[in-house]
Design a protein around this ligand. Structure first.
Ligand code: RIB
Length: 303
């Protein structure tokens, strides 16, 4: 089986349950503090691995307690971590995450070692990237590094998938987009990228078409409880969400991306692959935390 290579961030998440997300200048008393493994890149790598995909992760961690703990847990997930480097220069990335009673969150990331992920890290894993089935990336690590990896992968016929989260203030560079086969974004990111407010099927199709005009071949817009949209053969495809009791939406998008990659690597059609990814995401929102909420294949396929 060919590998799914994930390049990206690995954070330690500090989560506090709150009645409501704090307003600017407001101090609130929360409850249920927990420290969990997270980071969009690591979440996606864990989602791939738990869905049964052969996973290689490329990342930078600090050479500290958080970094060593994350590395050890990535290994326990069966992920190939030969290209996860511990660096003494900066600490491991951390994220502060209040989660409200509706399961919504806001996230502040201190990038730490994630910001040091470089073209050298990509070059070191060149053989693995060029032989992969899929390269999956997000935007919590430097964009030049991702552009370098995307170009390398694209030249060798590897499917390049980008989840542009967090969406940058500046637009995404053309040298990255031209090597992306599939972009997976939520409604907010799709609006930022296309200039179209995504509120229903018609606006989703309009946004997908604008994003395709930027050079990306395939677009999937995730819309939480409304499911997900894509376009195939000129027609909008809407894949409904699964009902779920939402406890915490952290890493739901990452779970979607990881599960989707595994389904696509097994040659599922887009609509089926999106439905599998919707199912995986719907399970993740019923549990607190990032890695700890990500389901295993047996839960998603019911075997
Ligand atoms: O997508 C959720 C993730 O965003 C969290 O795990 C946090 O670490 C941030 O990277």
């Amino acid at each position: 089986m060919k590998k799914i290579v994930v390049i990206g961030s690995c954070n330690t998440d500090m989560v506090i349950k709150v009645a409501h997300l704090p307003l600017p200048g407001e101090t609130i008393i929360g409850h249920d503090f927990m420290t969990n493994q997270g980071g969009k890149g690591a979440n996606q790598a864990v989602a791939v691995a738990r869905m049964g995909g052969e996973t290689l992760f490329i990342a930078r961690l600090g050479d500290d307690g958080f970094g060593r703990q994350s590395l050890s847990l990535l290994n326990e997930e069966g992920i190939d971590t030969r290209f996860v480097t511990l660096t003494k220069e900066t600490p491991t990335g951390v994220a502060l995450i209040p989660v409200d009673e509706k399961g919504e969150n806001s996230i502040i990331v201190a990038s730490g070692a994630n910001a040091l992920l470089s073209e050298n890290d990509v070059n070191a894993a060149q053989t693995e990237i060029c032989q992969a089935k899929i390269l999956l990336m997000q935007l919590e690590t430097p964009v030049q590094t991702l552009s370098c990896a995307a170009e390398m992968a694209h030249q060798h016929g590897v499917t390049v998938i980008l989840n542009p989260a967090p969406f940058p203030e500046k637009s995404l560079p053309a040298e990255l987009l031209r090597n992306v086969d599939l972009i997976i974004l939520n409604e907010t990111e799709a609006a930022a990228m296309s200039g179209v407010e995504v509120k229903d099927a018609d606006s989703a199709l309009q946004a997908i078409r604008r994003i395709r005009e930027l050079g990306v071949k395939q677009v999937i817009i995730t819309a939480g409880g409304s499911g997900a949209y894509t376009e195939e053969k000129g027609k909008l495809i809407h894949v409904p969400a699964f009902n779920a009791e939402v406890i915490d939406t952290t890493a739901a998008g990452d779970t979607f991306c990881g599960a989707l990659c595994v389904a696509l690597s097994r040659n599922y059609e887009y609509s089926e692959a999106i439905s599998i990814a919707n199912k995986a995401a719907s399970i993740s929102v019923t549990r607190m935390g990032a890695w700890r909420s990500i389901p295993f294949a047996a839960e998603v396929f019911g075997k």
